[in-house]
Design a protein around this ligand. Structure first.
Ligand code: GAR
Length: 211
């Protein structure tokens, strides 16, 4: 898998740790980012994993940046792209070419977008959580693979709540990615099932056109 990150990379680090076990079924061939010098990129590089950065601002428009991302990702020939704390929307060049999953710190379809934890707190929900889903070309809108809940405490602020969500999401991400790698998957409309059928991994790329 190629893992995409924008910041700390604690979810990526959890995948890196899990993939040390040969029975895990997946390994990280590269870690990519839209930002230079982030702790996650440093961490991956320090662990001997190839890294690449495609800075968003270096491109005149989103389509060119997306094409450059797709080019870099495809060079590693991944079976799966994992967006784990990647804060940019990937477009058709990436999503149309590779199966890709995203982890999001809220119970989708509630609170999509870049400020999910803040938005859930502001709304006053008592339970929030995390979602792992296949990427389509929308914002946090693709078919859901798994979710886990996290209760909101009265004295939570955005940071305390996000830290508890991240504890839960690291485990869910590791479990889910391992199962996808070992068992394969089938996407039927909005429903995702583990287990390979006549739809092979290569056919499972999910775009709005083949929904
Ligand atoms: C995670 O909570 C992830 O769900 C979130 O960013 C955090 C990254 O943490 N992603 C999004 O908000 C995407 N919209 P990490 O860098 O420590 O893995």
């Amino acid at each position: 898998m190629v893992v995409l990150i924008s910041g700390t990379g604690s979810n990526m680090a959890a995948l890196l740790e899990a993939s040390k076990d040969p029975d895990y079924g997946a390994s990280i061939v590269a870690v990519g980012s839209d930002r230079e010098g982030t702790p996650g990129i440093e961490l991956a590089g320090g662990a001997g994993v190839p890294t690449f950065v495609v800075p968003f601002r270096a491109y005149t428009d989103r389509a060119r940046w997306d094409a450059a991302m797709a080019e870099r990702i495809s060079g590693y020939r991944p079976d799966l792209v994992v967006s784990a704390g990647f804060m940019r929307i990937l477009g058709p060049a990436v999503v149309g070419r590779h199966p890709a999953v995203n982890i999001h710190p809220a119970l989708l379809p509630s609170f999509p977008g870049a400020h999910a934890v803040r938005d859930a707190l502001a709304h006053g929900v008592r339970i929030t959580g995390t979602t792992i889903h296949f990427l389509d070309e929308g914002v946090d809108s693709g078919p859901i693979i798994d979710q886990a809940s996290v209760p909101v405490q009265d004295d939570d602020d955005e940071s305390s709540l996000h830290e508890r969500i991240k504890e839960v999401e690291r485990k869910m991400l590791v479990d889910t990615v391992g199962r996808l790698a070992r068992e394969g998957w089938t996407i039927d409309g909005r429903h995702v099932r583990f287990g390979r059928t006549e739809h092979s991994v290569a056919d499972a790329t999910y775009t709005k056109e083949n929904r």
